[in-house]
Ligand binder design. Structure first.
Ligand code: GLY
Ligand code: MN
Ligand code: MN
Length: 505
C-alpha cells in the first residue's frame, strides 16, 4: 500500500492584523477574496484549478456530436420552515464542471463544431445579476461579471432571461444532454430567481423541444468515477483532517475532561473538522453509545456516553465539496476494551483490512465481489468465537451485517449512484470499506455479545496494483493497541494535537 508522507506543513496565509484591500467581491470564496481558503493562484475551489474545470468540460464533450448542448439546472435554496433556510448545496454535476457555488444558476455547455480544438466548446452561465437591494439581505453575488471573469464563461446572461436564452440555444443545436429534476419551494416566502413554476417552464421547453434528449448524468458519472490527482489530494486533506479529529476524540476518554454525551462528541468532531481546515461536516454524523450503534443510521445523538460501553462514530468533514466518511468504535473507558468488545472488534478489523487489500485494479474485483468477500470473512472470523460457532452465513448477511461493504465517495457521500456495483474497480476510484457487526438484543445471540455494534470504515483509492492502493484514512487509529494507548495516555501522541494539515492545495 502506498504510504503518504506524514510531515505536515502549515502554509495557509492568514492575515489577522488588518483587513487587506481587495479589488474584487465574489459570492463564494475565490483566491482573490479568501486566500486563506484558496491559497493557490489559478485554483477556483480548494485544490482544483480553473484549467482542470475547463478540461473536464472538454472531456465531457469529447465524444458528443457537434451541435450538442449539456444543460444543468443548479440548485435553489431549500427552507426548513418559513424563512429558515438550510445550508446551500449546489448541484454536484454543475459544481464538478464549473466550481460555481451560487444558487439559482443554469449552465449550458455547448459543443458547437467538431474541429477537435478548444473553440468547439462554449460555456454559457446564466446567473443572478448583482443587485444591491437583494445583496443587502443575501450578501455579495459574483454576478455576470464574476462568472465571466473568474469562472471563464464564454457567454453570460441574467438568469431572469433563461427562458428565451434557452429556447434560442436549443433551436440552434441538434442534441440535448440533460436530466429532469424536481425542486419544490412553492411555499417559500422568499422568492427564488427561478421558483418552481419558472423551473417547470424550463423543463417543458426542453421536454417539448423535439430534439433527441439523452441523460447527462450518465456521462458525468463516468467522469466522476475516476478521481484526478488533484481530487485525490483534496480528499486526502479532508480525510487527514477528519482522522486527526477522531483521534483527538478518542484521546479525550482518558483525559481530565472526558466527553460525556453523544451530542457534545458530535459537536466536538464538527469543531475539530473545521478547526483542522475542512469547510464543514460532510453529513449528520452517527454518534452512538453502546447499543444505540445497532441502528445503522442513528443520528439522534442525544444519549449519554456510558463508561462500560463502546462509543461508535460515523463522521467526516467536507473540503472543497469532497467528503470524508469514517467510522470507528472505541471503549469509553481508560482500561480499554472489555473481552466481548475486543472479540468482535478484532473480527471486524480483520475483515476491514482484508477487504482493503482487494482494492487493486489488477485483481479485477467489483465492489460487489468485495461485499461477498466481506460476508465470508466476517462469517469465517466469527465462527472462531465459541458463542458464534453455529452462526450461518445467511444470519451474518441478513442480521449481523445488514448493510453493504461500501460505496463510491467524492462530491457526494454516496457518490455516482448510477455507477454499477458490478463494474470492475479501476485505478482512481475512491470507495469506502466499511464492514460491521451489530449483535441484536435477542436470545438467539449470546448475552455476552448482545448490544455491541461496530463498523470500521476507511476511504480507499483503488490502485493499479496492491502497492498503489492509498488508504486516505490511514491516520485514524484502528489497531486495538493504538486505540488503547490513545485512551490511556490522553492526547499525547506526537503530532495529533498540534499538527495542521497541509492545505497548500
Ligand atoms: N456515513 C454513511 C455511510 O457510511 O455510508
Ligand atoms: Mn460510508
Ligand atoms: Mn460512514
Amino acid at each position: 500500500m502506498k504510504q503518504f508522507k506524514v510531515s505536515i506543513q502549515f502554509k495557509r496565509f492568514i492575515q489577522i492584523n488588518s483587513r487587506p484591500t481587495r479589488l474584487f467581491t465574489a459570492g463564494q470564496p475565490i483566491h482573490e477574496t479568501r486566500p486563506h481558503l484558496i491559497p493557490t493562484p489559478g485554483n477556483l475551489t480548494p485544490g482544483i484549478s480553473a484549467l482542470e474545470y475547463y478540461q473536464r468540460r472538454l472531456k465531457l464533450c469529447s465524444n458528443l456530436p457537434k451541435k450538442s448542448l449539456c444543460i444543468l439546472f443548479g440548485n435553489i435554496i431549500q427552507y426548513s420552515s418559513g424563512s429558515v433556510f438550510y445550508d446551500f448545496q449546489q448541484d454536484n454535476d454543475l459544481y464538478y464542471l464549473t466550481g460555481w457555488l451560487e444558487p439559482d444558476s443554469i449552465i449550458i455547455i455547448e459543443k458547437k463544431f467538431d474541429n477537435g480544438n478548444d473553440e468547439d466548446v462554449n460555456l454559457h452561465m446564466l446567473v443572478p445579476p448583482k443587485n444591491p437591494q437583494l445583496e443587502l439581505w443575501q450578501g455579495v453575488k459574483s454576478g455576470l461579471e464574476g462568472a465571466y471573469e473568474f469562472f471563464n464563461a464564454d457567454y453570460v446572461e441574467d438568469i431572469n432571461k433563461a427562458t428565451i436564452y434557452l429556447k434560442n440555444l436549443i433551436s440552434s443545436n441538434d442534441y440535448i444532454y440533460w436530466d429532469k429534476k424536481f425542486q419544490s419551494q412553492d411555499t417559500s416566502p422568499i422568492k427564488s430567481f427561478f421558483n418552481f413554476s419558472h423551473n417547470q417552464n424550463l423543463n417543458e421547453i426542453i421536454l417539448k423541444c423535439g430534439k433527441p434528449i439523452k441523460s447527462l448524468s450518465k456521462l458525468t458519472t463516468e467522469m466522476r468515477a475516476i478521481k484526478s490527482n488533484n481530487e485525490i489530494k483534496v480528499m486526502h486533506a479532508a480525510n487527514q483532517i477528519s482522522s486527526r479529529a477522531i483521534n483527538k476524540a478518542i484521546g479525550k476518554v482518558g483525559s481530565r475532561n472526558p466527553i460525556m454525551s453523544e451530542k457534545t462528541l458530535a459537536k466536538f468532531l464538527d469543531y475539530q473538522f473545521v478547526k483542522g481546515g475542512c469547510d464543514k461536516q460532510a453529513y449528520i454524523p452517527v454518534v452512538a453509545s453502546g447499543s444505540n450503534a445497532l441502528t445503522i443510521h442513528y443520528t439522534r445523538n442525544d444519549d449519554l456516553l456510558f463508561k462500560d460501553e463502546l462509543v461508535f462514530i460515523d463522521a467526516g468533514g467536507k473540503l472543497g465539496g469532497y467528503c470524508a466518511d469514517i467510522s470507528r468504535a472505541w471503549p469509553n473507558n481508560p482500561k480499554g476494551f472489555n473481552d466481548p468488545q475486543r472479540d468482535l472488534y478484532e473480527v471486524v478489523l480483520n475483515t476491514n483490512k482484508q477487504c482493503i487489500e482487494l482494492c487493486d485494479e489488477s485483481l479485477g474485483y467489483t465492489l460487489n465481489d468485495i461485499h461477498e468477500f466481506s460476508v465470508n470473512s466476517l462469517f469465517n472470523n466469527l465462527k472462531n468465537l465459541p458463542a458464534f460457532k453455529n452462526v450461518t452465513k445467511n444470519e451474518v448477511s441478513k442480521i449481523l451485517y445488514p448493510h453493504y461493504i461500501g460505496h463510491h465517495l467524492g462530491l457526494d457521500l454516496h457518490d455516482i449512484p448510477l455507477h454499477s456495483r458490478f463494474n470492475k474497480l479501476v485505478e482512481g476510484n475512491v470507495i469506502t470499506i466499511e464492514p460491521g457487526l451489530y449483535i441484536p438484543k435477542d436470545d438467539r445471540w449470546s448475552k455476552y455479545y448482545q448490544g455491541i455494534g461496530i463498523r470500521i470504515e476507511d476511504d480507499i483509492v483503488v490502485g493499479k496494483t496492491n502497492d498503489e492502493i492509498i488508504n486516505l484514512t490511514s491516520g485514524c487509529v484502528k489497531e486495538v493497541q493504538d486505540i488503547e494507548s490513545l485512551i490511556r495516555n490522553g492526547v499525547t501522541t506526537p503530532g495529533i494535537h498540534d499538527e495542521l494539515v497541509e492545505l497548500d492545495i
